[in-house]
Design a protein around this ligand. Structure first.
Ligand code: DP6
Length: 360
């Protein structure tokens, strides 16, 4: 797959707009992306559910600069407050996308952003955040180059989001998005996410995700550092192969609605992700004791009730509890009565699978 198709043609129109806004969702991976090479090329394919209410809403304001200086000009405002700390990340992002969107040098930008989920909830906002910025930038490009197809628009937006944060390329569409080439998934690509192209059983429609906020502090080890530790990791190659195999196994499961097999793969993926952290050099642990307590409680509840709920984890201590919509009342009651005590300040978020980013 080549990136050249995302090099811009000559822009034929001037911009008359001064801002664009998008609300982009977060996503939760079922098959995990952990390990990358070059600039944001994943070492294995991944698939995620797009979330619904956990979102980043971003307005990108722009104004032509008189003369282009060497540096980019970006100001980041989060929840109404200027956050110079985030600007270096956007500068790095802009330098990565410059050849695909040369106009980023010609404008000064204000990125005004808010998250629907609480600050310091441990929920990463980078995926939803970069998805929203990428979509706003694509709106600029579409205005300067009318006639872009919707497919190109979405693919390039995902491609651009990936250069900000890998998992961000899975935060544009829904309900299931694949990123990374897989021999059995037509159209899958290492450089952008695609909507899962095959049949999905109604058991997985409107799936629920309850996010249990176990630890709302800053992570001791960032995802970037964690990804890098997969270089020279003794188990890396078998892990990457396993992700390919697990994704292949998931295709018939998603079609036939086999919840037991789904649970087996999803929980195994979560534990393998953390096993990679435990066996990195240097090794590290992102789970907390309450993460394990919650996992045990989920297993006990599943054994006792037969309700097909399962957990997954991202690169942190929080637990995502996934379950079919028809068990919503029982599982929400169980979370309130038996799991919320393991959450920091009893905090959790009830979300569900969603359909993707919204232009505002
Ligand atoms: C554990 O997408 O946050 O959530 O590409 O460095 O921005 P960067 O990493 P990021 O990694 C996400 C890792 C994960 C698994 C997943 O979402 O697939």
């Amino acid at each position: 797959m080549t990136s050249t198709k995302f090099l811009p043609a000559d822009y034929t129109q001037n911009l008359s707009s001064t801002s664009f806004s998008y609300a982009s969702p977060s996503n939760i991976a079922l098959i995990k992306y952990w390990g990358k090479q070059g600039i944001q090329i994943p070492k294995n394919p991944s698939i995620s559910f797009t979330l619904d209410t956990c979102r980043t809403t971003t307005t990108l304001h722009f104004e032509k600069r008189d003369n282009h200086k060497e540096n980019f000009e970006v100001k980041v405002i989060l929840d109404g407050k200027h956050k110079p700390g985030f600007e270096a990340k956007i500068h790095q992002f802009f330098s990565r996308i410059l050849q695909y969107m040369p106009f980023v040098k010609e404008y000064k930008f204000i990125v005004e952003t808010t998250n629907s989920f609480p600050h310091s909830s441990g929920i990463a906002s980078s995926a939803s955040g970069f998805s929203a910025i990428a979509l706003c930038l694509m709106e600029m490009e579409r205005e300067m180059q009318p006639g872009l197809t919707d497919t190109y628009f979405t693919q390039k937006a995902s491609f651009i989001a990936r250069l900000g944060s890998g998992s961000g390329c899975r935060s544009l569409e829904g309900p299931l998005v694949v990123w990374g080439e897989h021999s059995e998934i037509e159209g899958s690509s290492d450089i952008y996410g695609v909507s899962y192209p095959y049949e999905v059983h109604e058991n997985f429609r409107d799936f629920q995700d309850a996010i249990l906020l176990v630890d709302q502090g800053e992570k001791q080890v960032s995802s970037t550092v964690g990804h890098n530790l997969m270089h020279n990791h003794p188990y890396a190659e078998s892990r990457f192969n396993q992700a390919h195999e697990n994704l292949a196994k998931l295709i018939p499961i998603l079609k036939n609605g086999d919840l037991d097999s789904f649970i087996h793969i999803v929980e195994s993926e979560a534990l393998t992700l953390h096993a990679m952290m435990l066996t990195s050099s240097p090794y590290f642990i992102l789970m907390k004791s309450n993460t394990l307590k919650i996992i045990e409680k989920i297993w006990e509840y599943r054994r006792e009730t037969g309700i097909p709920l399962c957990f997954t984890l991202d690169a942190g201590a929080n637990v995502h509890v996934l379950f079919p919509k028809n068990y919503k009342n029982e599982v929400q009651d169980f979370i309130k009565s038996s799991l919320s005590e393991y959450c920091q300040n009893n905090r959790y978020i009830f979300d569900s699978v969603g359909t993707g980013a919204i232009k505002l």
